[in-house]
Write a protein that binds this ligand. Structure first.
Ligand SMILES: [Zn+2]
Length: 190
């Protein structure tokens, strides 16, 4: 589920829709939390649904392929994102996000997919988005955001704790042999 201070908005003909902040979302805020409504994509996808799945689903840090049920599926890629989800089940703001600003994730660390051209506008845009390992910069930003979690309002906090510590089902591995890039640990929200 996306943070309540976000909305779906049109970006451009090329990019389609995206998710925008409607209020300040400070670094360390949970911007998305997995819940029981999200759609777990099975290993075999019917050919007529492949396009939709490739566009809107992604691989969670624990290997689950997931399509968010709400506007979370419209979060776009950026080479220098303001959100990151390096722990299964959550995304965090890795810097302060201003009202009207688009929420973004770095798709290159979200599983395997066909490469595609990027025009995200970041000064460090890699021009091509393709699967790669998490780099030190993104990992450092995510860890710094985790350290701020207890210091900022968390509208999704209760849901995150419930999902991660109580209701989370056994993770289904999309590729059993792959090394998960999951970070573990309880959420320090209080
Ligand atoms: Zn880019």
């Amino acid at each position: 589920m996306m943070h309540p201070a976000t909305r779906l908005g049109f970006v451009s003909e090329a990019q389609g829709f995206g998710v925008f902040a409607t209020a300040v979302i400070p670094a360390g805020t949970l911007t998305w939390v997995r819940d029981e409504w999200d759609i777990v994509i099975p290993a075999v996808v019917p050919a007529d649904l492949l396009g939709t799945v490739e566009r809107y689903a992604y691989t969670e840090a624990d290997g689950t392929v997931l399509m968010p049920w709400d506007h979370g599926r419209y979060v776009n890629h950026a080479c220098k994102p303001n959100c990151a989800g390096l722990q299964a089940g959550i995304d965090l703001a890795v810097r302060d996000i201003q009202p009207g600003e688009q929420l973004t994730n770095d798709y290159s660390v979200l599983g395997t997919f066909e490469q595609f051209p990027c025009a995200c506008g970041s000064p460090n845009c890699r021009k091509t988005v393709e699967p790669r390992a998490v780099d030190a910069e993104l990992l450092g930003a995510f860890e710094a955001a985790r350290a701020l979690m207890a210091t900022v309002p968390q509208p999704l906090g209760e849901r995150a704790v419930r999902w991660l510590e109580a209701e989370r089902p056994q993770a289904r591995k999309s590729s059993p042999g792959r090394t998960p890039r999951v970070m573990s640990g309880r959420l320090n929200l209080r």
